[in-house]
Design a protein around this ligand. Structure first.
Ligand code: ADP
Ligand code: MG
Length: 327
């Protein structure tokens, strides 16, 4: 599989009648990147992915792969492959025949199809289940079969739309580790749509945070998490407090907030909730302006110096821990 093809979105736009689902977004995915498109429901993630895949027409702008405009090509001619949320396996075909399906459509002979399907099933650890029907598989196994089916065309880019959402929480964490491992082994670009910030942080080299049909912020995952530029991004990524101060709006990570004596601190507050989370304790306080903030304390720090509901506290943070927000 090629390691050299960058994927680029240039002013990519999707309109459904009067609805603008994707509004002139541009982004460059370097080859071999694990990227997550992250954002709330309805912000345009699936429409973006489907335009890349060719399952949805492009209203304006373009998609290029390795510099070639693929926007108007049929899905099978693009060098991309898509794995759907519900896997969309054919119920009457065996796992092996599901995996080989696109090769059959392309007129590949039966022997080659069998060999290639075998290789793909080995890649996802499903060799022993090749003859089963989809209904005879667990959720995780169905997902592996769907992955093998998408990868058999040797795409340069694998597109995954909420691939883990049908799984229970335990399996979701296991399968996400497998997705990451697979991407590393194949070295191809994965573009993974999710509305879960934990999932995006765990998987992505780069995240593209979308809001209301636009890219709100994008870049290396840690860089975005460390320096959210807008209140929306700070709130959506979680683990940040957004505070309106007299001189503007700031974000401070919940693990950077310190609770001290009321008089010496930057802000006064009153504790409104205490939540034990095992390794940490989450303390919520109200601060001036009817705002709520949450601090995450290591459990030992809290129990060495416990606080009570209704207690007046002071709120502090290191100057470097605050990030100015654009809105
Ligand atoms: P997401 O995947 O982030 O939840 P979508 O791309 O599915 O968002 O949808 C973006 C917007 O486009 C939403 O307002 C949605 O209602 C609208 N939309 C999506 N698909 C269609 C469609 N086939 N026809 C009309 N509107 C659509
Ligand atoms: Mg969607």
């Amino acid at each position: 599989m090629s390691l050299t093809l960058d994927l680029e979105l240039i002013g990519l736009t999707k309109r459904y009648g009067h609805t603008v689902a994707v509004d002139a977004i541009s982004y460059h995915f370097s080859a071999g990147t694990y990227a997550c498109l992250l954002g709330p429901s309805g912000c345009g993630k699936s429409s973006t992915l489907r335009m890349i895949a060719g399952h949805e027409t492009v209203s304006a702008g373009s998609v290029t792969l390795g510099g070639r405009d693929i926007s108007r090509l049929p899905p099978a001619k693009r060098g991309t492959a898509m794995m759907f949320q519900n896997y969309a396996l054919f119920p009457h075909l065996s796992v092996a025949d599901n995996v080989a399906f696109s090769l059959k459509m392309a007129g590949v002979d039966a022997q080659t199809r069998r060999t290639k399907a075998g290789e793909m099933l080995e890649l996802v650890d499903m060799t022993a289940l090749a003859d089963r029907l989809p209904a005879q598989l667990s959720g995780g196994q169905q997902q592996r079969a769907a992955l093998a089916r998408a990868l058999i065309t040797q795409p340069d880019v694998l597109l995954l739309d909420e691939p883990l959402s049908a799984l229970d929480p335990f399996l979701r964490i296991r399968m996400r580790a497998e997705l990451k491992k697979l991407q590393r082994e194949l070295g191809i670009t994965f573009v993974h749509v999710t509305h879960g910030q934990d999932e995006a942080l765990a998987l992505a080299d780069e995240i593209v945070v979308m809001n209301d049909a636009k890219i709100e912020q994008a870049g290396k995952t840690r860089a975005v998490f460390e320096a959210p530029q807008t209140a929306f991004v700070a709130r959506f990524l979680g683990s940040h407090n957004v505070m309106q101060m007299p001189d503007g709006m700031i974000a401070v990570r919940s693990d950077a907030l310190q609770f001290t004596q009321p008089d010496a601190a930057r802000l006064p507050g009153t504790i409104t909730n205490i939540e034990y989370q095992g390794t940490h304790v989450a303390l919520t306080a109200t601060i001036p302006g009817d705002q709520e903030v949450t601090a995450l304390l290591p459990d030992r720090d809290f129990f060495e110096n416990p606080k009570n509901l209704g207690e007046a506290i002071g709120l502090d943070w290191d100057a470097g821990a605050a990030h100015a927000l654009a809105s």
